[in-house]
Each structure stands twice: as structure tokens, then as C-alpha cells.
Design a protein around this ligand. Sequence first.
Ligand code: FES
Length: 374
Amino acid sequence: MSSGWVKVCREDEIPADEGKQVEVDGIAIGLYRLEDGCYALNDICTHAFAHLTTGWVEDDTVECPLHHARFEIRTGKALDGIAPEDVEAYAVKVEDGDVYVELGAGDEGAAPDEGTDSQLADTLLELLKSGAGAGEWKPILAEAAEFEVLGSHLQGSDAVAERLGGTETKHLEWSRLEKPGCILIGQPRSATNDRGMALMFASTEVGVTRVSQQNLAMPPRPAMPMAMDAAIRERIDNALAAKRPMSLSYVDAEGRPHLSLRGSILSIADDQLGLWARSAETGLAAAVSANANVALLYRDEETRATYQIRGRASVAEDEATRAQIYNAMPKVERDHDFAMLGSAIVIELDVVEGWAGIGPNGPINPVRMVRGQA
Ligand code: FES
């Protein structure tokens, strides 16, 4: 900690009717210029958390921008009863136009204590709950504040205040996570399909220095009836030709999971898939006789079209279905089993969920089709 007098700025850098914030040993200090000289106060309001220098100076008092507590500039005395305590006043002297501040013996800089942390968290929660705009966020931000979210970085209190005061935070229900640090969780209100977020705030005595946003998992989409449209069916039918073979998983009679890449899966109805398994006695055909549950994954890395599919598979015994599926297979598949020794597998679809791509506004044509959904 600095001892004795610390030079903080030139006197003419303090506006006549506004405060000026400076930082000494990590402590935010507000400087004011009145008729009879310069004064210095701790810049953090004792009510919740806001920088007094972003408030208003009037009649030798400074008014907090958040809930309008007023303090005497000469003494730091709290007026009006809103703020529970006075703010600390520091000794100031001016020599040759330079302003010096002397911190008291007990003034420690650096990170805020637990009380300040909790004050700050209360203020942040209040701002989020009330849907505060950029102007209300600005007083609690350090000038060089940063905002981080996957793929984007903002720098400076103006940009961060705009982001926090924007529409994204406004439609969520906010609460504080019961964990060390200051993490606030915004959950979508029930009836909406919005995505929630967690905001983690880092701060020092000069205010919030960093905000990190983590998006929460998407809420489940409302279920639609099971009926794949032509676009989804075409993707599945062309998966092999497009070099995007689908993955299929099944579980054998011993409960062991298996994964295989399948190029020749076809949509044989809007709620059914079919494929040809070359061996009738082993692998998939044998496994689904014991456990019908299967899962499939389609992914197009270019468009990011993604479909996760679940269903129940069975071996078709009737010749008409065997012939239908065999004849619909690509030539390469038929050539591997020209004697038709394999099995025709029919998959009754239970769930198809995913999207046709990812655009600037998120998933394109998202679907969640569920068998039995009216
Ligand atoms: S009056 Fe200053 S933070 Fe509430």
C-alpha cells in the first residue's frame, strides 16, 4: 500500500460540477472540486454498489446514480437515510496545481472484501431483475471492463454496458448461484423457448472488470407428430452419395454397445427406416432380435445439419419387405450380397430431433418428432 501523499492528477482535470475517479492502491477514489478546494471520497456507494462519480454533483453533495443516496462531498456523510453508512473521506492537498490524496492507515487496496462482494452481487441481481438499460449498468463497470462469450469479446465500459443492458438478458428469471464468486443465472421463463445463461462477474474496488457469459442448454422443444418431411428423408437417402454415412448404435444380447457406420439407410416411410444387413445370424440382425432399441446420428459438417434418431429395429421376415429394402439399396450394397443372404432391417422411429443447419440466429428448421404425439 502507498504511504503518505499520493499524486493523483492535475487540479484542472477535475471538472467543476462532476466527480473524477482515480485509483490508488486498487481503491476507487472520487475527486471533487468545490469553491473552497478539492475533496476526495471513496467512490463506492455504501448502499449497494455503484460509482458515485458517475452520479450527479449538486449543492456540495454527490448523488448516487443507482438509488439516489446523497453524500456530503466535504465529509462523506450519508444524507436521506438510503445509504446505511457514510463513505470514507480522504485528506487532499493541492501543490503547484497537482492534487495529492492521503489514504488512512487502515485503507487497504486490492480485491473487495466479502461484504463488498455481496453488495455487488445484490446490485447486479437487482439490475438484471429490473431489466436495467446501459445507462444503469455503466456506474458499476470499471472503465476497461471486458465481456467474454463464446466467439466474441467486448472491451470498454460502454460496450459492456450496452451488452448487459440489451434485450438478451431481459426476458430471463435471474437468481444468484450459491457458490463462491459472483455467478448469476438467468433461466428462461416457463412458456418461452429462450435459452438461459450464466453470467460470471469479476470485480475489484474499481468495479466490475470482467463479465463472462456461458449459455445454458436449450430447453426441450415442443414435440411434434412423427412424420419426416421430404427434406429430412432426402438427406438420409443421399447420405452415402454425399459421403456422410450415418452412425448406428445397437446393443447386443450381452448388453454390450456397438457402433457402426451405415451408408445405405433409406427412409421407407415417413416414420420408418430400412437397411440391409449382410449377415442374418450375427451383428445387427442378431442383436436387434434380443434388444430392438437402436440410435442413429446424421451430421453434415458443412451446413451443420444434425439429426439424432431413436427407434426399434426388427428383422423383416416377409419376402415383399425384404425385396423392397434390398432393391432400394445402392448397387454397391447389393453387389456385396448378390445372393440375398442377409437381413432386411426395419426401424420404427420413436424420436427424430435436430435441425437442418445453424444460421446466425441459431438452429434452422429445428424439429423434435415423437411417435404417438398428436
Ligand atoms: S444508492 Fe447507491 S447503490 Fe443504491
